[in-house]
Ligand binder design. Structure first.
Ligand code: ADP
Length: 447
């Protein structure tokens, strides 16, 4: 994916340039209008001064007006009384300005000479009753205005082009981290999940975005690694019973055995198959739990009955080891739970308690109900669990004593499943160990 020269960059530049064009246009127009009206007002003020000077010097006798214009070419003015033109200055005549100005209520206006030149004129009645028109050439003012217009008209596109170019470069620089991020993200796959996106400035928006991406990547990496470990451990665990099956089968085939020996072989093969089945079931359950595909049916259940049934099922195992499996269960404890998953948790914990408690030991099961909580405790007189293992025993495939536990039949998934099952029912699983004098596993459920 390529970000350089991308739509975002072009769009940013376009909007920026358009906005700037609008601002500059409005500004230029205002300057133009302001300067133009200002120059014309100045011209009108000049006309007023001319008017006052001439009007002030006017006498009753119109013949004297020649003295008002001794040079004969500087002043442009026209003197009218009634409908009769009394006097036109020489400059006025030379300029080719009209003798009769069209009727107008406006004092100041622009008139055209015979040659097409524009003059600004002011017409008003003097105190002694003459209609006096004074005029001044507009050329100077118009040239200034035209020059201003030219400057603005030329400067506007140049300024905009420069701004657009600058904007394009700036946008490119701003978007550079995004391009770098995209390039990097494009290269990150399962094989290099440990790599991270570059973060130029963690404080700005792009930096924060990269940070979010990187944290997502870290979570993905973690999940991926866990999955890899899970697959590797699962394969390893599957191999053990399969190897055992294979070797028992091979021995049975190679040697000439009596019926009893064959029965033994088949018996141990069935044992391995049962172990395999349990393992595959556990793996399946955890995989389904991970993918969220396991739908629990939580409803009001009699927890006491579930625990009683689980204890009864395990009693044979405890009796085989001459253990004292005792119960102290509050009657009819009700909770909103999924029966199957909770039973699974209780069975797994009980199974461990019996498994890891030596011959003749004791396992006690207690169910108590306090305000808002239900507590189920399974206490055993086994060897307990040392502090360094207490957290880890809930991890998948974790066994304190790898060899011994496998002999006991476990793959290290029992507590991981129990923990998930309790949490799925809104509770928590706690461990209290008085190593080396046994441990207590506690399921706490909210009512
Ligand atoms: P397993 O299949 O080995 O029973 P679990 O996940 O149930 O796997 O237990 C993990 C490990 O925790 C066991 O291998 C054992 O070392 C330890 N453990 C579990 N319960 C007990 C217990 N009641 N007493 C002593 N150790 C225990």
């Amino acid at each position: 994916m390529k970000i350089h020269g991308s739509g975002v960059r072009r769009r940013l530049t376009l909007w920026y340039t358009l906005a700037l064009a609008l601002i500059v246009l409005v500004f230029s127009l205002s300057v133009y209008v302001f300067v133009k009206s200002r120059l014309f007002r100045q011209l009108d003020q000049q006309l007023d001064m001319e008017f006052s000077t001439i009007a002030g010097e006017l006498t009753e006798d119109p013949v004297d007006t020649r003295e008002l214009d001794p040079d004969g070419f500087t002043r442009l003015f026209l003197l009218v009384r009634g409908n009769k033109v009394l006097f036109r200055s020489e400059a006025y005549q030379k300029a080719g300005l009209p003798e009769i100005l069209p009727e107008s209520n406006e004092k100041y206006r622009t008139v055209l000479s015979v040659s097409g030149k524009r003059y600004r004129s002011a017409t008003a009645t003097t105190p002694n009753g003459f209609l006096l028109t004074v005029a001044l050439g507009e050329e100077g003012v118009r040239t200034t205005i035209k020059t201003l217009f030219m400057i603005l008209a030329l400067a506007l596109p140049i300024a905009l082009a420069l701004a657009a170019l600058g904007g394009y470069v700036m946008a490119g620089r701003l978007l550079k981290p995004v391009a770098a991020m995209a390039e990097k993200a494009d290269k990150i796959g399962a094989e290099n999940l440990s790599e991270r996106l570059p973060v130029e400035n963690p404080e700005d928006e792009f930096g924060k975005l990269a940070g979010v991406f990187n944290r997502t990547l870290a979570r993905l990496q973690d999940a991926f690694e866990r999955l890899q470990r899970f697959t590797a451990d699962a394969s390893h665990e599957l191999r053990t019973p399969l190897t055992a099956l294979q070797s028992v089968g091979e021995v049975a085939l190679q040697e000439n055995l009596d019926v009893e020996a064959y029965r033994d072989c088949i018996g141990s093969m069935l044992e391995e198959t049962a172990r395999l089945t349990r393992l595959v079931e556990s793996l399946l359950l955890l995989t389904r739990a991970d993918s969220g595909r396991l739908l629990l049916n939580r409803k009001g259940q009699n927890v006491t009955a579930i625990v009683e049934k689980a204890v009864d099922d395990m009693r044979v195992m405890a009796e085989e080891k001459n253990q004292n499996l005792s119960t102290d269960l509050t009657r009819d404890v009700q909770a909103n739970i999924d029966e199957d998953t909770l039973r699974r948790a209780v069975v797994n914990i009980l199974d461990n308690a019996i498994k890891f408690t030596p011959q003749g030991g004791a396992v006690a099961v207690r169910l108590k109900e306090t305000k808002g909580r239900i507590v189920l405790e399974v206490e055993d007189s086994g060897s307990g669990i040392s502090p360094e293992h207490r957290e880890k025993i809930f991890d998948r495939f974790y066994r304190v004593d790898q060899g011994r536990s496998r002999d006991a039949g476990g793959a290290g998934l029992g507590l991981a499943i129990a923990k998930w099952a309790v949490e799925a029912n809104g509770g928590r699983l706690e461990l209290e160990s008085r190593e080396p004098h046994g441990s207590t596993f506690r399921i706490v459920l909210m009512k």
